[in-house]
Design a protein around this ligand. Structure first.
Ligand SMILES: [Ca+2]
Ligand SMILES: [Ca+2]
Length: 175
């Protein structure tokens, strides 16, 4: 009986090694964490992910692009189920109009990279993006978010250290 118990414990430990941490969602052998916190810009969001042994999500296929949008939209959809008073408190954190991902051209303007160092093999830019480098309030557009304008959910480059563009983001790490 004791050996059965030991075997069961071993199995449980092994299984937990093969699963994403609590609150993370598994998709194609990676774990994703959606954060609806509105108080972070791109750079702060990446720092948050690194703190969790992850990076802002990289996206390598249409399926992964849709998946990231799905966990973000699901969170916004769930928001409408809360009572009205609660919604006011939650409003900022649940209704971010964009979600940051790890794409950036901080090292060299126009040369986009993922913060997790995976290859850039898929992009989904919005019309007129990436922007020719327009300097806005002393900052160049060098980091990317998915903007759900017209429910299309395409990519836009913005300033990585914007004091204004604070929104939600998705961290990703391998399973
Ligand atoms: Ca740029
Ligand atoms: Ca742009």
């Amino acid at each position: 009986m004791a050996s059965m118990l030991r075997l069961f414990c071993l199995f449980t430990v092994l299984m937990s090694c093969l699963a994403c941490p609590k609150f993370w969602t598994e998709f194609q052998s990676n774990c994703y964490l959606y954060i609806g916190n509105p108080s972070l810009n791109w750079q702060e969001a990446e720092n948050f992910c690194v703190d969790k042994d992850a990076h802002l999500a990289s996206i390598h296929s249409r399926e992964e692009d849709d998946f990231v949008k799905e966990i973000w939209r699901r969170s916004r959809d769930a928001f409408t189920m809360f009572p009205r008073q609660m919604r006011t408190q939650l409003q900022q954190s649940s209704l971010a109009p964009f979600v940051y991902i790890g794409l950036n051209d901080m090292k060299e303007n126009g040369k986009f990279e993922w913060t997790d160092r995976t290859p850039v093999d898929y992009v989904n830019w919005m019309r007129n993006n990436p922007s020719t480098d327009i300097e806005i309030i002393g900052e160049f557009e060098n980091a990317v978010f998915i903007w759900d304008r017209k429910n299309i959910g395409q990519w836009n480059d913005v300033s990585s250290k914007s004091p204004v563009l604070r929104g939600s983001f998705v961290c990703k790490k391998p399973l």
